[in-house]
Design a protein around this ligand. Structure first.
Ligand SMILES: Nc1ncnc2c1ncn2[C@@H]1O[C@H](COP(=O)(O)OP(=O)(O)OP(=O)(O)O)[C@@H](O)[C@H]1O
Ligand SMILES: [Mg+2]
Length: 255
């Protein structure tokens, strides 16, 4: 469904001898429809940049990206994005924040409202539609951000450390809600996280990036059916292996 081929991207960097930082060089990744992929790697390795390029927010210097869309695209967008902070507009209600991404798609106001409410129901916040962002908890704000991303009915949901700022309990419950959402909507998910436990608990495949430029250091497929036990011994062993690889990369200065 998504084929990333030989993607390269350099940012201008006056401090570097050649005047640029190469973040991606000939980067390849294939993602199957409905797959849940977690991307882990050291800070600065290029995880957010990769998502930004896939989302079309940053044009690559070279490479191709094929994204086969499913179904009718009227009133939809190909991607939904969720960041570490919810980035809600404080002067808009929860419903109007979710409807924000639907503007410019040729939908009537009533239809935008209906779609926003449907997305809020998906994340269990139907009763909070009329509230203001400051009246919500951090976890609820993050659920609104997920609803906003889902409202445009994207094939691909990209999440950049979406639960990174939440406490452990809220984080675990949002992980389970996300899995439930994923099962019900069959979206393809690219999920960036620093938390290897989270990656192994959630994903079908965990991709460890090394840099720089970013390359795939390892790829682990996790076939354990869901719901998964958080203390599963095979999962624990995999978490340790990925952590060891990550710390080897950092010790070697290869981050
Ligand atoms: N707009 C930009 N201009 C110049 N350099 C940038 C820009 N955005 C990112 N970079 C550089 O690209 C590299 C990768 O950054 P990126 O934000 O993708 O890392 P990351 O893996 O998401 O890190 P973190 O885990 O800390 O979020 C870094 O060296 C960063 O300084
Ligand atoms: Mg990042």
């Amino acid at each position: 469904m998504i084929e990333i081929r030989d993607l390269s991207l350099a940012f201008p960097n006056p401090a570097s001898p050649d005047g640029r930082t190469v973040v991606l060089r000939d980067f390849n990744l294939s993602v199957a429809p409905g797959e849940f992929i977690a991307i882990v790697g050291a800070s600065g390795v290029g995880k957010s940049t990769l998502l930004r390029v896939v989302a079309g927010l940053v044009p690559p210097n070279s490479g191709t990206m094929v994204h086969a869309q499913s179904g009718d695209l009227r009133g939809r967008r190909p991607y939904g994005l969720v960041f570490q902070d919810a980035r809600l507009l404080p002067w808009r209600t929860v419903r109007a924040n979710v409807a924000f991404g639907l503007e410019g798609l040729g939908l009537s106001r009533a239809e935008r409202r209906r779609r926003a409410e449907e997305a809020l129901a998906l994340v269990g916040l139907a009763d909070k539609a009329g509230r203001w962002p400051h009246q919500l908890s951090g976890g609820q704000r993050q659920r609104v951000a997920i609803a906003r991303a889902l409202a445009v009915d994207p094939d691909l949901l990209m999440m950049d450390e979406p639960f990174g700022a939440l406490d452990a309990i809220t984080r675990q419950s949002l992980q389970d809600e996300l899995l439930d959402l994923w099962r019900r909507t069959s979206k393809t998910i690219l999920f960036v996280t620093h938390d290897i436990d989270e990656a192994v608990y959630l994903a079908d495949r965990v991709i460890l990036l090394a840099g720089s430029p970013a390359t795939v250091r390892s790829e682990d497929r996790i076939a354990t059916p869901r719901p998964r036990a958080r203390d599963d011994s095979a999962a624990r062993a995999l978490v340790t292996r990925i952590r060891d690889r990550l710390s080897d990369l950092m010790d070697g200065g290869g981050i």
